[in-house]
Design a protein around this ligand. Structure first.
Ligand code: FPP
Length: 257
């Protein structure tokens, strides 16, 4: 059983439908910088420009949720200077962009183990989420110190605590219960996953949530990813037949119903 409701299926399966939720692994910043003989950090700064473009373009396409993998739980293994420059960049971006996002009715949400960040950055994250929490336009989810396995484990811990308190019986642990305890459990699952930079892997991103997501890989390095590239990815998505375990004929019947 998937966590999709039958009633949603027609909308999800209809060819040409726009993705409601796009999830992106923004890869290739370092190579982009290297090609220009610039320090890696210049690639991350250029990556912020690409984030701005993606947010605007998703709004134009009527996308409801955009999830961006900004920093994985494995990225702490990078050289300390790159890690601290990235932290500083997140802080600066939150400081400078959040008012504009708020004016554009964007809701910002950060998912991942935020206790690993400095108190200053945690406070900035909390402020940004608080300021934008009632916005009704695009939801931008930034995954930072996030790992798909970590997410499943933290959901399991929350449920185990409920079992221990007698609030949940072990037999009541369903896929749906697990889903709602994951970090993105209240959002529609990603329809389209994009990875830039040429690698074709999931890299411990949204392991639970990508079960039925359409995957799109491009050689384009993240700082070069623009509205036109996003349009190409969305067009590719629109040409796919989503089946959710059904036969092609059944999917056509649901879509045409
Ligand atoms: C992967 O490229 C990119 C990252 C680990 C960092 C992503 C961060 C940003 C785009 C900037 C900030 C974003 C937000 C949402 C505030 P890489 O360094 O692995 O590139 P490479 O594979 O070419 O070395």
């Amino acid at each position: 059983m998937t966590s999709y409701k039958e009633a949603d299926l027609k909308e999800l399966i209809t060819p040409g439908a726009s993705p409601r939720h796009i999830a992106i692994i923004m890869d290739g910043n370092g190579r982009w910088a290297k090609q220009r003989s610039l320090p890696r950090f210049a690639g991350h700064k250029a990556g912020v420009e690409a984030v701005r473009r993606a947010v605007g373009a998703c709004g134009d396409h009527g996308v409801k949720v955009l999830t961006l993998f900004a920093f994985s739980s494995e990225n702490w293994k990078r050289p300390p200077t790159e890690v601290s420059l990235l932290m500083e960049l997140f802080f600066t971006v939150l400081k400078h962009e959040v008012k504009k996002l708020n004016r554009n009715n964007v809701r910002l949400r950060i998912v991942g183990g935020r206790e690993a960040f400095s108190e200053r950055l945690q406070a900035r994250i909390a402020e940004a989420e608080e300021l934008t929490r009632n916005n009704t336009g695009l939801t931008v989810v930034v995954a930072a110190n996030y790992g798909g396995r970590w997410d499943i484990a933290q959901a399991a811990r929350k449920i185990a605590a409920k079992v221990q308190r007698g609030e949940v019986a072990p037999g009541d642990i369903t896929e749906d219960l697990l889903r709602i305890h994951t970090e993105l459990g209240d959002l529609p699952e990603p329809d389209l996953f994009i990875r830039t930079g040429g690698e074709q892997r999931i890299s411990n991103f949204l392991l639970w949530h990508l079960a039925y997501t359409e995957l799109y890989f491009t050689e384009t390095l993240w700082p070069d990813f623009d509205a036109a590239q996003l349009g190409i990815a969305i067009d590719s998505f629109g040409r796919r037949q989503r089946r959710f375990g059904r036969t092609g004929e059944q999917a056509e019947t649901v879509a045409g119903a």
